[in-house]
Write a protein that binds this ligand. Sequence first.
Ligand SMILES: Cc1ccc2cc(C(N)=O)cc(O)c2n1
Length: 323
Amino acid sequence: DSALQAQLDSLRQQLHHHAHQYYVLDAPEIPDAEYDRLFQALLELERQHPELLTPDSPSQRVGAAPLSAFSQVEHDIPMLSLDNVFSEQELLDFDRRIRSRLEDVDQLSYACEPKLDGIAISLRYEDGVLVRGATRGDGRSGEDITQNVRTVGSIPLRLTGSGWPAKLEVRGEIYLPKQAFEALNNQARAEGSKLFVNPRNAAAGSLRQLDSRITAKRALEMCCYSIAGLDDSGLFSRHTEGLEQLKAWGFLINPEMRVVDSVDGCIEYYRDLLKRRDQLPYDIDGIVFKVNDLETQAELGFVSRAPRWAIAHKFPAQEEITT
Ligand SMILES: Cc1ccc2cc(C(N)=O)cc(O)c2n1
């Protein structure tokens, strides 16, 4: 009946809102006990009326039965890899190569962001509801890990706001924050089970679980870095406008994201993040610079699968931490 449906919709809307406040904005508005009370109320109602379950209900984060294997899926739009540079001189060469290919380049702005050391993931939304999550694989196809992706709190099960296309593909990096990595290894030590060498391996291991209840315990996070097919969607003129839109739709975008108006700004950004690297709550292995203007990106195109308009400037390898 409609009163029951209204009660379900209200509980789901409240839980979506509070999950976004907690996992994406890191700004919970209610105490955990209040969140749990709402959650239990939803579970109870859905138990009494299973016919009113919806895939985007907050109760559907932790999957059903474990899978026997992951299936391979195709990416409609290939997931790009990035070329690397290892020195400031090479970064200057990257900028000069771009300038030489563009005719009237006066203002060349770059979007700058830390390169998170995690697992590249593609999320597919249909009519604003999460329908699939897949690993990058070889860029053309990857593993369908939808059940595991659904357990990541910073990944919205349904979009917030409006204006999204019927089919939306969002790319980002799933990672394990340093603190969660330490806690996981302390627990593994206490239980005498296998230790993870670093947060990236721990994130990869957590996403390879066939039982999503294990994944759900691993405190994974996801920062999104692009909308697939953004350049020819005509929706925006700058890469960073796409990221602002992703934020409005409920995704976590890395707070260190900046726009600079020259390669000198890139070098300043690189030096600053290198200095702050150990204080960041997650591992990074470099910086990603992207030409911000989408028309310029399209003009520059790609070499093989790596874009001419983006580069990853890697940090020196961190001295191996002995666990
Ligand atoms: C195009 C592309 C490919 C891989 C990426 C990887 C990361 C990352 N690991 O944070 C960030 C990006 O903006 C990326 N962008």
